[in-house]
Design a protein around this ligand. Structure first.
Ligand SMILES: Nc1nc2c(ncn2[C@@H]2O[C@H](COP(=O)(O)OP(=O)(O)OP(=O)(O)O)[C@@H](O)[C@H]2O)c(=O)[nH]1
Ligand SMILES: [Mg+2]
Length: 347
């Protein structure tokens, strides 16, 4: 039930999903989790929300869990997407309430599914794999320690107790880390070469769907990829834009048209709120192109409500905070969607 999907398992695919979300207080906003579910390929057919403190057994209250099950049955849904993080015990209990065969995933599993679908390069695939293993490790540890305590195999149907699984995960994590380290070294070397040949390195960062890839195409000159292949193996003729979360997963670097200086602009994966530390860490190789740039352009979608802009800026700065070495300049994007008065206010 809580098992990792295999690498080539296709998720989403128009499956009918019910979105669920609990908050401690205030009103519940499901816009982002719905967009994430859609980005993963699910059709969101209903939502179940609750404002109350977390129930240790079923996350939402017992009655709400029943409502959720009834909604899933009524809508003929096959997936429940929780915006909250679910513990292994809660996953197990909710699984018992839901109709047979319904999959239950949380926000992080969902983001991992999206990343898994978008991962094209070796580096992106390794990073997704690393994040999945890090997601699984504490769950394997919990299973093992509970099984040890109870001196019985298996923990309440959570699967066969197998201590070697834990060791296995740790070994895989360290193997992937080594490979990613080597990739990082190569990329660091490439950045140094580029600086030596006179390029300033500018990185586009910002919340997912802010318009980074669109801006890259605006800034970038046409580059003959073949001609530059040796020097710039990560040059790409396209940087896809779409009104969808996490369109971009890998990095794309292009030469920008500037009067005075030679600039290389890099587009990369977007930020999102409530990401656990291990997930951000897993994408360190990709985020390094931001952290190690000469200048970071932090792209903001100015057409959104001011509160949302503020929250997304906080998330972006949090993500950059620990590692970023470059100065940050905030860029207000999508200005065509607001009038002058609104723009002045948001500035
Ligand atoms: N109106 C308007 N729309 C824009 C502008 N810039 C981007 N968009 C739209 O916003 C959506 C997201 O743009 P992307 O460039 O894909 O955004 P991104 O930041 O690269 O998103 P991810 O790769 O998903 O993190 C697309 O539908 C774009 O067409 C702008 O200046 N004005
Ligand atoms: Mg993009």
């Amino acid at each position: 039930m809580d098992g990792s999907p295999t690498r080539d398992q296709v998720t989403g695919n128009g499956e009918r999903a019910v979105v669920a979300k609990r908050v401690d207080s205030g009103s519940v906003n499901t816009t982002e989790i719905r967009n994430l579910a859609r980005a993963a390929g699910y059709e969101v057919v209903a939502e179940v929300t609750q404002t109350r403190k977390e129930d240790p057994a079923t996350h939402v209250g017992e009655g709400k869990a029943e409502t959720l099950a009834a909604t899933v049955a009524r809508e003929d849904a096959t997936v429940v997407v929780f915006d909250n993080q679910l513990g292994p015990y809660q996953t197990y209990n909710l699984g018992n309430v839901l109709p047979e065969g319904v999959r239950l995933i949380d926000r992080f599993r969902l983001i991992l599914e999206i990343f898994g679908q978008r991962a094209r390069t070796r580096k992106a695939q390794l990073q997704v794999e690393l994040a999945e293993l890090r997601y699984e490790l504490p769950r394997a540890e919990a299973k093992a320690s509970l099984a040890r305590r109870d001196e019985r195999p298996g923990f309440m149907g959570l699967g066969e107790y197998d201590e070697s699984r834990e060791e296995d995960i740790k070994a895989q994590i360290s193997r992937i880390r080594d490979e990613l380290d080597r990739i990082e070294e190569t990329e660091q070397h490439r950045r140094e070469q580029r600086r030596e040949s006179g390029f300033d390195l500018v990185a586009l960062a910002g919340y997912t769907n802010a318009g980074k890839s669109t801006l890259l195409r605006r800034l970038a000159a046409d580059v003959n990829v073949d001609e530059n292949e040796d020097v710039h193996p990560d040059l790409d003729t396209t940087a896809e834009s779409e009104d969808r979360l996490f369109t971009t997963l890998g990095t794309t670097t292009r030469k920008a048209e500037m009067d005075q200086r030679d600039v290389l602009v890099t587009d990369t994966v977007g930020f999102i709120s409530d990401l656990p530390h291990w997930l951000v860490e897993s994408f360190k190789s990709t985020l390094d192109s931001v952290y190690r740039a000469d200048l970071v352009l932090l792209v903001v979608d100015v057409s959104e409500p001011i509160e949302e802009i503020r929250e997304k800026l906080v998330t972006s700065h949090d993500t950059l905070y620990e590692r970023n070495e470059a100065p940050i300049v905030t860029v207000l994007n999508k200005t065509d969607r607001v009038d002058d008065a609104e723009l002045r206010e948001k500035r």
